[in-house]
Ligand binder design. Sequence first.
Ligand code: OSB
Ligand code: MG
Length: 362
Amino acid sequence: MKVSYYHLVMPMKVPFTTSFGSSTDKDVLVFELENDGIKAYSECTTNENPFYGPEDNGTALHIIKDYLIKEVKLLPEPKEFMDLVSNVKGNNMAKAAMEMLLYDYHAKKNKKTLIQYMDRRSRGYANVGVSIGMDRIELTLNRIQEAIDRKYKRIKVKIKKGKEMEILSAVRDHFPHIPLSVDANSDYSEKDFDTLKQLDRFDLEYIEQPLYHDDIYFHSKLARQIGTPLCLDESIVSPELAKTAMEMNACSIINIKPGRVGGLYNSLKIAEIVREFEGHCWVGGMLETGIGRSHNMSLASLELVDYPGDTSPNDKYFEKDVVDNPFFMKDGTITPNNEEGIGVHVNMERMKMYETEQGSLL
Ligand code: OSB
Ligand code: MG
């Protein structure tokens, strides 16, 4: 058996700006597991800094090398793997990278697609929304027009404190009726409730993660005072916290990112908790390459996932992706791959082109 990692730096078509910063390159770790003629892949959703959440590429690689890889060696199924590494607290993105590698491996070993291996009902396609970073307002408006022309089912724009009114007034002036949401990436505090309440006038589907990255309580307080539904992203790092948030009515919607919650097994649990509470969920993104996007797309096609996600096709980000069979969107929907496992054909020449470091873990 062999497990390798590839550290890639891929130039992005346009910089992506959120309230916590801008990225011009996708700086990412990709993993490859080879055993018995099977090649499985995954991608870690960390990047070069800990500005979205607490992990970065360096911490993830360290946790994987020093704690997780020895459990991967026994090739456990994903649930078993999560039990084996439960003594490692947090570090969800590192865990998810290994867990999703095992999902791809076991699906392929069982000659199943990832959807079949997850064993949940799929609607056969994912409804696709788009996440648009902050930029000069004319550029944002152009990007929204392009997204409408491409038939995205929901448009999400990034906002930050002090810029929300300018951005949303311009967007709603030009596009009064589009399904619109905003993502603040935790830029506001409990002193900003008055500002946030003013967003009610923009008829948003929801406001994503307005407050602190690790908060549930203040979100529950805000939810009682505001008309617009709240969606949590950063704060929901486990099925237990998903339940806490739903019980406290801190949100009615959860953005499920497999990386943030420790993998697909926990993602499925969270989707089930949301359903139990009659909430809604969708699958988020971390500007993944075609490899990570493929895990997300299978999850996003499940019936449990009822809202359009941030699962735009690969060509939104990269001129040339690392897979030969990127996703295509038709009428705002994408059909997941139907080959075994995640079903992507990894292009090793492209990987070499972007590689800055490579090493073996097992
Ligand atoms: O909060 O959803 C987020 C990208 C990087 C970090 C955080 C977020 C995002 C996105 C991008 O919104 C979604 C995508 O992959 O297109
Ligand atoms: Mg978000």
